[in-house]
Design a protein around this ligand. Structure first.
Ligand SMILES: [Cu+2]
Length: 491
């Protein structure tokens, strides 16, 4: 098969070479030079330019008609302004686009080369320069002013009674968080992220649990390191050599228990601060050698037992180093958790308690119609982009840099289904930043509904930390139940 393809390619090349030879021969027979092109050829090329323009415009208009719309009317207050801004910009762009391209292709067709015609030499014109500098400047200034006004509408301060929703992105899904009855989001810290606490919400229990988990990991790695066979054997060999050869050693090298004694000795010698300690010094020395021997022997015995136990590990040098690195990282992680400090909101509500009644939802989240919503965005891993096309809203989510914007939904999901005559329609939150392999599937359903429906839905959502037996969460739960009965009553 490959041979066949190769044959076709080779024969094709041979044919092309032969054809070009025939062409050159025919030119020389007609007595023309190769670069002489007839007027008929030029006219044909000019016509082709016009034909291309027609196809170009037709495909452009086709794309515009089939893909040029969001598919829904704007479903937020600011969305109307965004659409106006978009239409205004597009009107300017299309006008310039059609004028420039028409001139380009039409001139190419009209002024194709003719031997008896000479182009006018035209180097500079101040008025022309002025026109094409000033006009675009004014147009751009208007676009920027209009754009900034709309941008400020979306990103300005939210009203005090605005609903606050946090959208949290990670590869590859979204999580929404509602602040609960206290209206405050609990503090979050990425060091506390565990399978049970995907947002890393800070609570006293959460910190205790995270510490416990990490202590377990540290102990495991420490054991793997201390039971490494090669290192144990090397240590044993060194200890045996020390026992045999170095009876008068002053110690203080290698063993913790003994290190203290050694240090005391040094302090006395260096500081000349005897004050009657000289006596002790001698006693220590006498005691020292015997004690050192005992300690060394104890350690050797310990090593023998470790080597005999089933905990013993065998690691390559690289694996041993990797374990040490891992231990270092875990210890640093533990330190960071220990460094998380408590603070209060407005002097009364502790940030550690604020998170306990937060409601965390996945898959879909709900918004009440006509109520201003302030979104706060956080990201765990890479930059994602929260895109809600029907709301004409988009914002990057950046690890370590919370972002935000506000919007007021104006059309419920039900109304939009009626408007579009599509019972399947749903608002969506999409990731609009190519963030990895499953980026295409990173989405969350958004339901816009009446205030009552929303309240009923919210009441059904679990609070982050509801634990039987502890006071506060129980109280919170009582409030929730009360709230949901109110809702039922009002329905
Ligand atoms: Cu993403």
């Amino acid at each position: 098969m490959k041979l066949l393809i190769l044959l076709v390619v080779v024969l094709g090349l041979v044919a092309a070479v032969q054809l070009s030879k025939v062409y050159q021969l025919s030119i020389s027979l007609r007595g023309k030079r190769e670069e002489d092109i007839s007027e008929a050829d030029n006219r044909l090329n000019g016509g082709a330019f016009l034909a291309f323009m027609a196809v170009f415009y037709a495909s452009f208009i086709y794309l515009l008609v089939y893909y040029g719309s969001y598919g829904t009317p704007p479903a937020t207050e600011h969305g109307v302004a965004v659409d106006q801004l978009m239409n205004f910009n597009m009107a300017i762009i299309f006008t310039v686009f059609f004028i420039v391209n028409t001139l380009l292709f039409w001139f190419a067709a009209k002024y194709y080369y003719r031997a008896d015609r000479k182009a006018r030499f035209f180097a500079h014109d101040n008025r022309l320069e002025l026109v094409w500098t000033v006009v675009p400047s004014i147009v751009l200034a208007v676009i920027i002013a209009f754009g900034l006004r709309t941008w400020n509408q979306m990103t300005g301060d939210a009203a005090d009674d605005a609903l606050r929703v946090e959208l949290y992105s990670k590869q590859f899904d979204w999580t929404a968080r509602y602040p609960g009855n206290d209206g405050e989001f609990g503090l979050a810290n990425y060091n506390l992220i565990t399978p049970m606490n995907a947002l890393g919400i800070v609570t006293a229990d959460g910190i205790a649990e995270a510490l416990e988990e990490i202590e377990g990991k540290i102990a495991k790695v420490e054991q793997e390191i201390s039971y490494e066979k090669g290192h144990l054997l090397a240590e044993r060999e060194a200890l045996v050599a020390k026992l045999a050869g170095d009876d008068h050693g002053h110690g203080g090298h290698g063993h913790d228990d003994h290190g203290d004694h050694g240090n005391d000795d040094h302090a006395d010698h260096d500081g000349h601060d005897h004050d009657g300690h000289g006596h002790d010094d001698h006693a220590d020395h006498g005691h020292d050698d015997g004690a050192l021997k005992a300690v060394l022997e104890a350690r050797i015995h310990e090593i023998d037992e470790m080597l005999a136990s089933d905990k013993v590990t065998i690691l390559t040098d690289a694996a041993y180093e990797a374990k040490e690195d891992k231990l270092y990282r875990l210890q640093r992680h533990r330190q960071r958790i220990q460094e998380i400090r408590e603070f209060d909101f407005d002097g009364n509500l502790s940030a550690w308690e604020a998170g306990m009644d937060d409601r965390i939802v996945k898959g879909e989240f709900h918004l009440p119609v006509g109520q201003e919503v302030e979104f706060v965005f956080r990201s765990r891993d890479v930059i994602h982009s929260a895109y809600m096309p029907a709301f004409r809203a988009q914002m990057n989510t950046v690890p370590g840099v919370p972002t935000r914007f506000k919007m007021t939904p104006t059309i419920t999901t039900d109304s939009m289904r009626t408007v579009l005559n599509d019972p399947e329609f749903d608002y969506v939150l999409l990731c609009n930043k190519v963030c990895g392999a499953a980026h295409f599937n990173m989405q969350m359903k958004v339901i816009v509904e009446t205030e009552e429906q929303y309240a009923a839905w919210l009441a059904e959502q679990d609070e982050f930390l509801v634990k039987e037996g502890s006071d506060e969460p129980e109280m919170e739960q009582a409030v929730t139940t009360e709230e949901s009965t109110n809702v039922t009553a009002s329905l």
